[in-house]
Design a protein around this ligand. Structure first.
Ligand SMILES: [Zn+2]
Length: 163
């Protein structure tokens, strides 16, 4: 049999599943499948593949729900483990702030000394001094922002998976 006929049959088998084919095309395909074992097999394989895909679609949410619950349990455990670590971060932050305050007079002397040596404008020196003070605050703010972002991501992630 002509190869073009098999190619046309193959195309019709695929199109029948996706966009549908005309009455005449279906008649032609039925006729061809009656005569051609190879294309009949191809048509059966297509049907089986589609059935398998549908079966996967049905079982997927079940597996997904299981995975999501597992992930949430992992996350809850992670949070419990992270609690002390986050406390440590805040402690470090507080200590560095206290040190910043305690060392401020010395830092200011140092900044003035640099100013005398380099002739840098006083405004720049004050800005540098302020920055020294701001670093722990920036550090703390960064932790809070990152934590909030992560929690927001977590919410989006679990919300999407639950669908
Ligand atoms: Zn054929």
């Amino acid at each position: 049999m002509n190869n073009d006929l098999h190619a046309r049959a193959e195309q019709l088998i695929a199109r029948e599943r996706v966009e549908g084919i005309s009455e005449a095309e279906r008649d032609w395909l039925t006729q061809h499948l009656r005569e051609c074992g190879g294309c009949t097999q191809a048509a059966q394989q297509t049907s089986e593949a589609i059935r398998a895909l549908r079966a996967i679609n049905i079982s997927l949410p079940r597996g997904l729900a299981e995975r999501t619950r597992f992930r949430l349990q992992m996350r809850a455990q992670e949070m419990r483990e992270q609690e002390p670590r986050r406390g440590l971060l805040w402690t470090i932050c507080g200590v560095s702030w206290a040190l910043g305050i305690a060392s401020a007079p010395y830092v200011w002397q140092g900044v003035e000394w640099i100013g005398q040596r380099t002739g840098a404008p006083r405004l720049l020196l004050q800005f540098g001094f302020g920055l020294w003070w701001a670093i722990p605050a920036l550090f703390a703010a960064a932790i809070v922002v990152l934590e909030n972002l992560r929690q927001a991501n977590e919410r989006d992630g679990s919300g999407g998976a639950r669908r």
